[in-house]
Design a protein around this ligand. Sequence first.
Ligand code: ADA
Length: 556
Amino acid sequence: MINIRSYDKRRAERTVTLSEGWRFIPDRDGALALEEASAALLERGIPQSVPSVWNYIPDLFDYEGVGWYCCDFHAEAGKYKLVFEGVCNDADAWLDGEPVISHVGAFLGFASYVELGAGGGHTLVLRVSNHTNVENTIPASKCDWKRYGGIIRPIRLTPLPADHIDGMRLTYELSEDMKSANVHIRVEFYGKNTGKYTLRINGEVSREYELLSGENEIDLELSEPELWDVGASSLYSFTLENESDSETVRTGFKRVGIEDGRITLNGKPITLKGVNRHEEKHDCGHALPYSVTVGDMDLICELGSNTVRGSHYPNSRDMLDLCDERGILFWSELPLWQYTETQASEPMIIENAMRMGREMVLENMHHPSVFVWGLHNECETETEAFRLLSGQLFDLYRSLDPSKLITFATDRALDDICLDYCDFISVNRYPGWYAKGVDEWYSFIAALRDRAESLGMKDKPIVISEFGAGAIHGYSSPYKVKWSEELQSDILSRSIDIFGELSVAGILVWQFADIRVSVERALYRPRCFNNKGLVNEDREKKVGFDAVKAALARIE
Ligand code: ADA
């Protein structure tokens, strides 16, 4: 198994990030073969740096289809690991004219081992497609965000010694009193016979291991681990190294659970407070510079959040690292957004959802911030087809990573037949904005509690995974008219006060920032943005930001 990311300092120092010198051409018919595309890239390729989306190239703002990228670089002969941290959506890659890897599915990393026969100049070519349809792609063409195309996350090339390790996977169990942790490390050793490696924990030598060719298991006990917690980010690095090779996994120890209708973190009840956030900005799409992610996290912390829902797809390593470091819980989900019964019965969707779900878990499970895997969002979970798919995904996540919770966001909780496939019930609802008044929350939550009790799920916590209202930044109205900042602020703070009265287990505002949406939604999304952000697309605060901050501070 090839793992996607390595935090290892020594490997990072040798790693080349292929960020400059790229060229791009659109392939409007999607008909070009590698040779033709390579010639066209040489002749008229548009200079690009990577990560980026193609939508900001003149005339390509709404372009959906196929695009070709190439990059010339220099490297010595030898073995390398070539890591693609994410493209939108599908990719085929060739190195010096030879196919290296194909991958289907946006927002997930993939990697390949490559052998460079000679040192000198090399060429990497990528065919990227952001094609979607309503039948069998994930995401589908129906979604409430802009369908960007491009290489949205870094591409890295790491030299590997002839004998090397890869695919380090760490799991742990905390003892009942959380005073010790049993740690299991699985790692592949690629070498002829055996390899001597030293294990370091936070830089300190722990002990030596003789790894055998193939898969190895290391078990150890750690006493008195400092727990990772909200606002207290104790991180541990586990490094296996020798004179020529090293690999590191960074993680943290925590226990999430459900007790008496509450979510617990390290044995203590916690109310989730925070935002839904799209990894998007109006001038760079999903290819966010690190500085933007840091700025977003500063605002999220300033709001008094302890949780971010990465709606609606797996987020970048930058974002998860920052959540790990700042002690912010993270909810990770697949972009199965408003899928229908028909889609859930489509073999290709089921196959891709299962594969992408597996990839999401294996890629992100070491991040201590990740506390819950999300199955899907606002799907037809009143149907048998969704019961089947939800059950399959639930079993997959639980078996791959039993240390985290599982949920899905439903907008039909009173009819939902999949609620047994979540550890806490997550509801999306917009009283005060799309329908009825904010006070509808009282009757809705009462009805939901009755239903949960009748299903034998009385103790399942209820989290408000989405609520909100739109506001155009700078649009002020004393009458609190639709789209005014005052109305948004009012709906949000009144809702939060009601959630406090009703003692819900979590409150996640829709949404952190205004985002671009797909063009067919323009007639009911002013400016072609989803304007329910607490900040606008330039991260300027709306009136609701401070109101939400004050309201969240009133919640225990
Ligand atoms: C849904 C959906 C979000 C967004 C929101 C809205 O709840 O999950 O992605 O579209 O509605 O703004 O209406």
